[in-house]
Design a protein around this ligand. Sequence first.
Ligand code: PMP
Length: 348
Amino acid sequence: MLPLRKNIAEMAGYVPGFQPDGEGWIKLNTNENPYPPSPQVVAAIWEELGDDGGALRKYPDAGSKEARRVAAELYGVDPSWVIMANGSDELLNNLIRAFAAEGEEIAYIHPSYSYYATLAEIQGATVRTFSLSDEGRIDFPERYDGKLFFFTSPNAPLGCAFDNDTIADLARRCSGVLVVDEAYGDFAGESALELVQQFENLVVTRTFSKSYGLAGMRLGLAVARPEVVAALDKIRDHYHLDRLALVAASAALQDQDYLRTTVARICRNRDEMRDKLISCGYQVIPSQANYLFVSPSDGNGKRIYDALYAEKILVRYFSDPRLSHGVRISIGTEEEMAATLKVLATLV
Ligand code: PMP
């Protein structure tokens, strides 16, 4: 018998959204951006590669200094408050490793991103959940003494976002660290980034996978107090970001005009889709993200998933009883939304 740790032997492991093989799918299941990244990102990658890719011989900057500087300028903080990451998943993982020892407790809001639970399981931390209703009501105690509380805003998969009064209230109730996972924050109004300097226990994580259209580059960042950043720096892999990802991160952050245009287009498509689905008779939770949680009147999400799948339209169905009454539909291009609506109109 190999000396595998007991919790690793017993755990199921996280299953990410299915990535279909082959062409012809309308892929609305993992909240990717339907539009390409900024042309400035593509230009920066070509420039880094040069004629012969010679720069790739050398290790990247282990400290991501330029990307941190650009992010810090954008968010109005000192670079010591920023850490870059290989996708925001890396940050969630390292936050658990930094703050929750084996047997200690972390919590997350349910429903939200189930990967928090997998990461806790790997670490051997225990997990508690606090519930969120479809109407956005949070069931959270006056005082929470766990090491970390992951709060997803906008919520995934429901789409509702929370204002900074709510976030500040949660930060006050946590004796440990409040991690606001703003993977979809660019699609929402307020950001908890504005609160980071007020609350010493607040960490905000963001990704480049959604609003910046860079899921394939694996980039994320966090803004937090320098003590937290220093701890995360100690435990990450030293060369965790490659040269192409680093130049892509800086270029993406520097092209805020492109970000705003793309985000506005996705939000417009989302709001139009929501109106049309409601007219068809679906229940659709108001969303401040790049997806909609859509429920048919019979509360059978699997039926909708299967019928769309048969038409090669891939959405996300969660068998969790809390979510099985609907499906999550990522916002695609105008054409993809029209094709999806056409099928959905026959299924209400
Ligand atoms: N948080 C949430 C809520 C997400 O939905 C995702 C993407 N599935 C992530 C974090 C991780 O994103 P990434 O690692 O691509 O930055």
